[in-house]
Design a protein around this ligand. Structure first.
Ligand SMILES: [Zn+2]
Length: 498
């Protein structure tokens, strides 16, 4: 069965729930009206073409509109700009990005010690940076550069008022300290994604992440979003009791969006399915932090009765790309982040070819990150997207570089090769993890899926891995009931040798 809802731009969002959409008895009326009446999903200032009636603004939307024209004025201006940028034609879009990127590199060279040293060391003068074509020759910045020289990245423009220290755990286990530019309202990038997902910025949101705020921070956060509600489930403490508390709040509030780590959300989906719990469907589920397997997507969409969307962000550079209603790759935020996919010698790879993700944050002027290697891998997608958004697309980001497998003779097996292990029959496993031990041996942990041929397909996948590593190391299968996750982030391809 294909279910369809219209997003706020009137674009249909298709998804396949494996089970009928759940409706909570108390909220059934509200739920049906939202799903059956696309006019309710339209932006507050647009007339409803279906019925010719003006949409009635909810209290939350009215408060939000008032905030946008006062305290959020800067955000509102940036948001309008983002909505314009995402429909520019390809030529205009590329020109805009090239100009912004080289201007940012120039700024970085003028205002920070790091870029001044590194760019001049590589033979660049400020004058060279008048030419947008010079950008792709600029040296790549590694995580180690930031870790070892954080002070050198601070720009002369940074003050205590316009910047905030941010400490990241680091997805590759490398904690980093950097500065956020408080003058850029990054919340607008979240709003852009909400627009693609049919969610209004004033809507209530359920969050499933690792960090949970202190009571005081929670209160400040609630006041900031009032009257919209945002509530969390801690991905570290998903006990039955905490989950029940979370679901009780869910039942009272009926959030439009669930956002969080894919590992945590699929675990919650599994709990709902196992316990037979029916919840009020949100309008969208947004996952991040790890690749979502087709089996996970199906489980999540079925348990929550709503379409799931992948998006890409990092601790260092927030909000970089997201899935649109077509569910066909992620549109990069090319107007504010330059996302490059490069091969081993630093050249842009062709569409369909996998490479390293190197990103420039074109909005942070207090701690510029220009051509920064994030440690992720992806593939550019060619051609326009049917959704009408002209921002370029990349495939779902997979395989951390650090999670490559190493053979005793020095051969490296890229994680991507292994992450595709179950792609022939995604239904064979609900979840899997490929774990290389310190003695080079590989353990493949699988939670089998419901497919009757699951075991046969798992065995054939194991043979495939043995073939990939050319039988240089022992490969062992472990059928398990659960796979330990690190605060909701499941490491699919894990190596103790890295
Ligand atoms: Zn699209």
């Amino acid at each position: 069965m294909i279910a369809t809802v219209l997003n706020r731009s009137g674009i249909p969002i298709n998804f396949r729930p494996a089970a009928p959409l759940f409706q909570h008895p108390i909220s059934a009326k509200n739920t049906v009206s939202l799903w059956a009446n696309p006019c309710l999903l339209r932006p507050s200032n647009s007339a409803c073409h279906e019925s010719g009636e003006e949409q009635i603004m909810t209290f939350k939307q009215a408060v939000f509109a008032a905030k946008k024209s006062t305290v959020l004025r800067r955000s509102q201006n940036m948001y309008k700009q983002l909505l314009r940028d995402q429909h520019l034609d390809q030529h205009e879009s590329e020109k805009l990005q090239a100009e912004r990127a080289i201007a940012h590199a120039r700024f970085a060279m003028q205002s920070t010690e790091f870029y001044r040293e590194v760019y001049s060391g590589a033979g660049f003068t400020l004058k060279d940076l008048d030419d947008p074509a010079a950008f792709r020759e600029l040296p790549i910045v590694e995580k180690a550069d930031v870790r070892e020289n954080p002070g050198k990245f601070r720009s002369s423009e940074a003050t205590d008022r316009n910047s905030k220290v941010s400490v990241t755990g680091g997805s590759t286990g490398e904690p980093l300290r950097l500065l956020r530019d408080l003058r850029t309202p990054t919340r607008t990038l979240e709003w852009r994604l909400f627009d693609w997902w049919g969610v209004d910025p004033s809507d209530d949101v359920a969050i499933l992440v690792r960090r949970v705020r202190s009571d005081r921070a929670e209160l400040a956060h609630s006041l900031q979003w009032w009257p919209s509600k945002r509530f969390q489930l801690d991905a570290y403490r998903m006990t039955d009791e905490k989950v029940d508390e979370f679901l009780a709040r869910w039942d009272r509030i009926g959030p439009s969006l669930l956002i969080g780590y894919v590992g945590g959300i699929s675990e919650l989906a599994q709990m709902l399915a196992t316990r037979g719990i029916r919840i009020r469907p949100p309008r969208a589920i947004a996952v991040t932090a790890a690749p979502m397997t087709p089996a996970q997507r199906q489980l999540i969409e079925s348990a929550f009765g709503a379409p799931a969307f992948d998006h890409y962000r990092s601790a260092e550079i927030p909000w970089m790309a997201g899935e649109c209603s077509e569910h066909n790759g992620l549109h990069t935020f090319a107007d504010v982040r330059k996302v490059e996919v490069l091969d081993g010698s630093g050249r842009q790879v062709a569409p369909g070819v996998i490479g390293d993700v190197v990103v420039s944050d074109l909005t942070n002027r207090v701690f510029p990150l220009v051509r920064y290697r994030l440690g992720d891998r992806t593939t550019p997608i060619a051609g326009p997207c049917a959704c009408g958004i002209t921002l370029p697309r990349i495939e779902h980001v997979t395989g951390r570089i650090s999670e490559a497998m190493r053979m005793p003779d020095g051969q490296i097996v890229a994680g991507e090769a292994l992450s595709q292990t179950f792609s022939r029959n995604p239904a064979a496993v609900r979840q899997f993890q490929i774990h290389q031990q310190a003695d080079y041996s590989i353990v493949i942990r699988c939670i089998p899926g419901g497919d009757p041929d699951a075991r046969r397909d798992i065995d054939s996948a194991i043979d495939q891995v043995r073939d990939i590593v050319r039988n240089k190391v022992p490969v062992r299968l472990e059928i398990v009931e659960s796979i330990a996750h690190d605060g909701g982030k499941i490491r699919y391809i894990k190596s103790d040798l890295n």
